[in-house]
Write a protein that binds this ligand. Sequence first.
Ligand SMILES: C[S@@+](CC[C@H](N)C(=O)[O-])C[C@H]1O[C@@H](n2cnc3c(N)ncnc32)[C@H](O)[C@@H]1O
Ligand SMILES: [Zn+2]
Length: 381
Amino acid sequence: MLISLAGTITRMLNEITEGSTRLLVAEKGTLGKTDKGREKKAPVFYNPRMKINRDVCCAFVRTLDDITFADTLAGSGAKGIRVAVEAGHKVHLNDGSMHAFDLIKKNAKLNKVKVDVSNEDANLFLVKNKFDFIDIDPFGTPVPFLDNAVMAAKKDGYLGVTATDTAPLCGVYPKACFRKYGAKPLHSEFCHEVGLRILLGYVARTAAKYKRGLKCLLSHSTEHYFRLYVSLSTGKQKADASLREIGYVYYCRKCLHREYKKGFLPEEGVCKCKNPFEVAGPLWLGKIKDDPVLKSVIKGSYYLKSPKTERLLNTILEEIDAPFYFDVHKICKNKKINSPPFDEIVEALLEEGYSVSRTHFCKTGIKTDAPLNELLPLLFA
Ligand SMILES: C[S@@+](CC[C@H](N)C(=O)[O-])C[C@H]1O[C@@H](n2cnc3c(N)ncnc32)[C@H](O)[C@@H]1O
Ligand SMILES: [Zn+2]
């Protein structure tokens, strides 16, 4: 379809359906190829791989009554328009790009929903408005928008935060992680959970500056991004209480043993095998989901008829909510043994009286309250 974007530019857009929402999107390659044969960048951002992020968001906000929802960095408007159509909330979509602004209005019209649309820098937009739910879905890190998002969230409000800068958070670029999040990451076999908890710790520390406490209702690590749903409370005590969930993880790269401890400051320490610990943090050591909330999100997700989304949410529901997962394959590789079938490990741990679950963080991972020195003999057996 040929239509005019931003009044002057004529672009080719495709109509797709996501959830129960129709969307005009400029997919990568829509504008043809560059001289070097690469697909030209779309004039307005839309990433089909983020569908599950938007699915979960719609299912989450369907559990909330009568809220105002801000899609602060809206791109094509995929998330905000879906929230208006599929959850029926009052939505404001904002994007700094003029082309995005124009496309969002077209997408609202296509779905016959009334939404507010603006074309401002996200921080300016947040300074001027207040909402019940603020979604931050940027390119890369959400850090530049978090202070204003906390201040723009109404009493008992919510934040939805996406971070696609998983490489710094997972310890591939430790200096970048320290610069942005003021935290030391850990490149290890459980780096995805460490990364998500560094992000969550950072959001809690940001909220605390404005005397706001935080509870994490749902979080996931999917493909190339982390996603958090947190509720905010108000008051010094609430802020102090959530800061008490912050601490550090202590890791021995030699024997793979790990420990964690809450506290403002990291401690020095040596592993039982005499190797000095590597320390990572500060990071969030509290809960990263709320099961009653998650159960109603799962109920709210059935209309999507998306087995992938349901599988993700159910895996999270069954997951033991305690740090940190063990990647059985990586541990076995490190110890130069073949990894036994998953069910055998689970059975053996249950027989020994430990709790055990799969984890959405890693296909070959488990969560258990058994320490590594109890788990290892079972892997060798
Ligand atoms: C990752 S995309 C958003 C995707 C969208 N939430 C979705 O679900 O499809 C990020 C968007 O942020 C916009 N953006 C980047 N920096 C901005 C800023 N400082 N203020 C406002 N918009 C900004 C870009 O134009 C882009 O459309
Ligand atoms: Zn050790």
